[in-house]
Design a protein around this ligand. Sequence first.
Ligand code: FAD
Length: 492
Amino acid sequence: RNVLHWFRSKDLRADDNRALHAASQKAREGAGALLACFLFSPEDLEWHGTSPARVDFMLESLRLLQEQLEGLNIPLVQLTAEKRADKGETILGLVREHDVSHVFANIEYEVDELRRDLDLFERLGGEENGVQFVLHHDQTIVEPRTLTTGAGGPLKVFTPYHKAWLAEVSGDPSLLDTVPTPDANDKSVKSGDLKKLFGQPVPKVPESKQFPSTKDRDRIRKLWPAGHAAGMQRLREFLGDKVQTYAQNRSTPAADNSSRLSAYFSAGVISVREALGAARKTNGGSADFSQSGAEAGVASWVRELVFREFYRHMMAVTPHGSMNLPQNLKFDFVQWEADDEGWRKWCAGTTGVPFVDAGMRQLAAEAYMHNRLRMNVSSYLSRSLLLDYRRGERWFAETLVDWDLCNNTQGWEPSYTVFNPVAQAEKCDPRGEYIRKWVPELRDVEGKAVFDPYHRLSREEFDKLDYPPPHVDFKESKERCIQRYKQDMADA
Ligand code: FAD
């Protein structure tokens, strides 16, 4: 009987794919063929608000994956389930039609996805079908939920989690080992009953998920070339160069010194083991990434990947985080403002706060924003404007190429830390290069006035700029936020 690997939107690669590798071994044991599928659900995309940039990146990566697998005589069938609820039935249809004994997939940690898998688990395994559904952990090096406090509960704070993670990995470097690409199917697969599964048309992208123009599409594709080979090349280039100064420059957006690999990680186009295996080589072969300080480029980059692991762990520990609720449930009681003008200005990058506007314009142009700016624009929306943080979270999903539910919801998690975007700009963009790049109205503003032109230029000079005054006063808005949060959470 045949074996099926079901690719999800987070493991789009043939290399170092845990479930795919296990499926390949199972097929070889039973002398059946290995088949692969991807389920495209337009309703899923609408539900999550997935951006055209991410949809395109995903489908282009899938197209390359399909070519790679077909070279191994493994068909990758791209099915469409119009409704999210039809997914199980669609998989069952494929299983029945092609005499499948085992379905393999990698676990997705979000609640809806877990429920879908539980439902399918029962239906596949029932008497009528008798098919085994085998799920693997693949997205992280250390399995979510496994790192615990001395008392045995899950770790919920990043710093101790990071420490425990480092000890786990240096204690067992085999956690970084990768698995090989699947074995090729017998040639007969391409000429036999399964022949028709090859070379099938790719899914049709709903209009709402297409780029407004081919010019936009080409610009984004150039920034984020799809596929495993492109991701690995980017990884090699980063580790061969920028990682050395990562610790010093990671918060300086003008240096553009980070790896820009997030889109590849979030769609699973490259694996975190591939990344850390390569980082280990740069680290002189050692799996001890505990160095600190300005010299510790690799260790400081690995720390960011540990954040990614921590957020998956926290999603498993507090599942309501993927149900449109804050991790700290008290924040659900905050009464948000309905400032439509502020919302429109935030989206368009015309709030009158240069650092915030620069970030929002980078997002519009590149489907990506530097991490320091993500921190600032999210604080500005949910604290300075006091708009519901979920609106911003959704806007990010609708625009980012690297949208990832775990990283995004936890990046947006409300808190009392109100960033001062003028002070932040002075610290992280000291020469104003990032601002001048993205806000051309301010290109000719000299010196420190570029950080706050409304307050630092004469009225006459400011009026010549064609740039708006700040939508809110920072000091007043900060007081309003702290008071509102305190009061509403006390009432909760
Ligand atoms: P690098 O600095 O090179 O880091 C390497 C990798 O580590 C990244 O590719 C990413 O996978 C991971 N990483 C880095 N920083 C973080 C972080 N703070 N939290 C979790 N993982 C991290 N990241 C996403 O991948 N998708 C999102 O939708 C997303 N939304 C965010 C929303 C907000 C409000 C904030 C504050 C952060 C968000 N992040 C998100 C995290 C972070 O901003 C991006 O991962 C990072 O900017 C991507 O650039 P890079 O690949 O060059 O990162």
